[in-house]
Ligand binder design. Structure first.
Ligand code: AMP
Length: 432
């Protein structure tokens, strides 16, 4: 039997208060160890090119507090070896996974379908459900499952908690979540809008309410998560009511390499007229479109440099990116009825003042206005970039998906010491 963590600790022992967050991709693992007392980051790491000869592990103890990154190169065969290497680095800093201070391991899981609306302690039954969702996230869920199994192998007594990218969006009303296609076909194949980046949208919308000094229940926010992948969400009183990504992350905004919204007939046309295969079109729309397809670059810094030098392709790519962004801001203003803040986050949103300025330019009638001086400030802190008189605040709130995963994980297992509201025996304890 798994010992509930609070019962396992002898009286007077330190209550477990650390969470290891794992983000397992198909060939990479990102990890962070957080101390939930004060939210200190004890270590971060990235293992890249797993399964290749040129794998690389970069481990940073006490990031942001003078910790020097350590890098190791050489083959790392699989996720098991990768996690063991990470555990070795953590142990070298006195932060080994055998520590009684570790409360749980929190995993980013991309697709939770309709079933997982909350962070969930992983049981065998939960793992089976995550597997059942693989057809909806064929690149991501298998890697997430591997990460969970591997972490469980290293610390079988610890709760493994799955935090789903889709969970925050499960509050979307059917009117926003359903596509207008034959309902039976949609239901038979679980086709609907799920949305992604939910952990970021949840974190950023909550922090925006804090920035405004109001409870999340009272605040309506449009969140623009603009990274290499990009999505917008409309959040009413802390609940997502619409988001721009759909069945997959392809829908919505123009992204680094994805087209975002497109007439689906383009796909038929490419098949019939250009003779492209389904897989070729998949690659075209997901990897060779968006900013990179339009101008050859997907890094906004490079695009802005080219725009400033008078490059017309880069300028058109930038304009198309901004045009789509404005359309979503307008649409979500209409969906929400009243908007208290438009907030920018992720790599582009946090760093690109020209994107923020251009996206909000001309929207004064709707309410949001950007102050040029405030917009030019570079900072890691959440901040307002609108003048005091603006009817709708404009904010920059750096996202922190790892912290959100850690907080959700700790809230589930850390305080009471036992996971609440979970059905079924813990991972590895069931018969099936
Ligand atoms: P993310 O996916 O959130 O890590 O964002 C990555 C993207 O952020 C990159 O592809 C760049 O386009 C963008 N980015 C990062 N730093 C900057 C910066 N200083 N200025 C403009 N864009 C940036």
């Amino acid at each position: 039997m798994t010992t509930p963590i609070s019962e396992g600790a002898p009286s007077g022992a330190v209550r477990p208060h650390r969470v290891l967050v794992l983000n397992s991709g198909s060939s990479s693992v990102k990890y962070q160890l957080l101390d939930m007392h004060g939210h200190a980051r004890l270590a971060t790491g990235l293992i890249e090119r797993i399964g290749e000869k040129t794998s690389r592990l970069t481990h940073t103890p006490r990031p942001g507090d003078g910790g020097e990154p350590r890098t190791r190169s050489g083959p790392i065969a699989d996720h098991d070896e990768a996690l063991k290497a990470a555990a070795g680095e953590l142990a070298a800093d006195g932060l080994g996974l055998d520590s009684p201070e570790l409360a749980a391991i929190g995993h980013r899981v991309v697709h939770g379908g309709l079933r997982f609306t909350e962070p969930t302690v992983v049981t065998d039954e939960v793992l089976t459900e995550i597997e059942r969702l693989v057809p909806l996230a064929p690149l991501h869920n298998p890697a997430n499952i591997t990460g969970i199994r591997t972490a469980h192998g290293l610390r079988p007594d610890l709760p493994q908690v799955a935090v789903f990218d889709t969970a925050f969006h499960t509050t979307m009303p059917e009117s926003a979540a359903r596509y207008a296609i034959d309902a039976d076909t949609a239901d038979a194949h679980r086709i609907r809008r799920y949305g992604f980046h939910g952990t970021s949208h949840a974190y950023v919308s909550r922090r925006t309410a804090e920035l405004l000094g109001r409870p999340p229940e009272d605040v309506n926010v449009i969140v623009l998560h603009l990274g290499n992948g990009a999505s917008a969400s409309a959040v009413a009183g802390g609940r997502c009511v619409d988001t721009s990504m759909g069945l997959t992350p392809l829908e919505g905004l123009v992204m680094g390499t994805r087209s975002g919204d497109i007439d689906p007939a383009v796909i038929f046309h490419l098949k019939r007229v250009a003779g492209m295969s389904t897989d070729e079109i998949d690659v075209l729309l997901n990897r060779r479109s968006g900013l990179v397809g339009l101008c050859g670059d997907n890094d906004m810094r490079e695009i802005r440099r080219r725009v400033d030098e008078g490059d017309e392709r880069a300028a058109l790519a930038f304009d198309i990116y901004i045009h789509r962004l404005k359309k979503y801001i307008g649409a979500y203003a209409a969906v929400l009825g009243r908007v208290d803040a438009v907030v920018f986050t992720a790599g582009v949103g946090e760093n690109s003042a020209p994107v923020r300025e251009a996206a909000i330019a001309g929207l004064a009638e709707l309410g949001p206005v950007v102050d040029g001086d405030l917009n030019a400030v570079r900072s890691r802190e959440p901040r307002l970039i609108s003048p005091d008189h603006a009817r709708v605040a404009v904010a920059v709130v750096p996202t922190d998906e790892e912290l959100e995963i850690a907080e959700q994980t700790f809230a589930l297992v850390g305080r009471s010491g036992t996971p609440s509201g979970q059905a079924g025996p813990p991972l590895g304890q069931a018969d099936n």
